[in-house]
Design a protein. Structure first.
Length: 60
């Protein structure tokens, strides 16, 4: 049985406009949306801290 990934919307997220501009540019360089770029940054950080198994081991 395939489990569908659930996307949740984060509200109330504050980001310095200058930082947002740079993040949008970096996301574009990786052909990602800003939200996907931020999600991946968070995932990499929590994996590096040992709080989450590497994405390769995730079951979809």
């Amino acid at each position: 049985m395939n489990k569908k990934r659930v996307t949740k919307i984060l509200t109330g997220f504050r980001l310095d406009p200058r930082l947002k501009t740079l993040a949008v540019e970096a996301a574009g360089q990786e052909n990602r949306s800003l939200s996907n770029y931020i999600e991946n940054l968070i995932r990499q950080d929590v994996e590096a801290r040992g709080l989450l198994l590497p994405a390769a081991n995730w079951k979809k």
